[in-house]
Design a protein around this ligand. Sequence first.
Ligand SMILES: C[S@@+](CC[C@H](N)C(=O)[O-])C[C@H]1O[C@@H](n2cnc3c(N)ncnc32)[C@H](O)[C@@H]1O
Length: 277
Amino acid sequence: MLTLSQTRKILAKLGHEPRKALGQNYLVDANIVRKSLELAEVKAGDVIVEVGPGLGTLTQSLLEAGAKVFAIEADKTMFAYQTENLLKTYLDDLNITLGDAVDKPRAGLPDEIASRGDFKIVANLPYAISTPWLETLIAGPLPKSITVMVQKEAGDRFMAESGTKQFGAVSIFLQSAYRRAKAHSVSSSCFHPAPKVDSMIVHLERLNNPFCFTPVSRKVIRRIFTQRRKQIGGIVRRLDEREQLESWLEEIASLGISPQSRPEQVPLEAWQKLTLE
Ligand SMILES: C[S@@+](CC[C@H](N)C(=O)[O-])C[C@H]1O[C@@H](n2cnc3c(N)ncnc32)[C@H](O)[C@@H]1O
């Protein structure tokens, strides 16, 4: 676990200024690192995917707990630092890819392992990519649990209920497959540099029967929510998939949902009836 002064020292030695665009707010609080591992119930032999290992604070704790870690880092300096440090010590248990987590949401975890579905996600996410990364992640083989540090607003959106302003496409996709088991607020003083936004760790557990939307349904739902102030009946009339969407509107009328509803007023179970191929 790297303290604030050790983190500063390494950054100075690397001649590296934390990059805001990459959300480089390094964890410098041992309690929060411990809390992430505790929420994720990390144990020896676990397969963990980590996004953005950075200087390796969280990564090292995961490896010390006996986990096998697949990590993906977008910053060349951080990647080079890891190849010279943690990778040399944990050659058999650490795999790091240089790249964008939105393109590789499972950090290069081999398909045969991913498809078994018993891997976990533990990460201090770069906040700018948390929603796009999550949406790509849950379109594929689903991890058993997701334990991530996110901006508080994003965490609230993930678990927002229909009828609220925060309810949107990501809430629908995520809540169809996961339940929020726990959450923990994190003070900005636990990071270097301190972010200007509030943070939280959310721990999500996969449902027994997760529901996955088809790629076309996901695309349509995302598009519908770009016009969240309009009535759903009017929105679908202007979409290419109009015919199928009108039958969907008829179907959800039986749940008491009128075409005059706005997208955020349509509950989860009605969205799950949207199965477009
Ligand atoms: C919030 S920092 C976390 C660093 C470290 N895990 C920690 O907890 O101290 C986010 C990390 O994600 C990396 N990152 C940013 N965008 C990324 C992306 N699109 N794909 C992969 N890594 C990314 C950053 O370079 C940085 O190392």
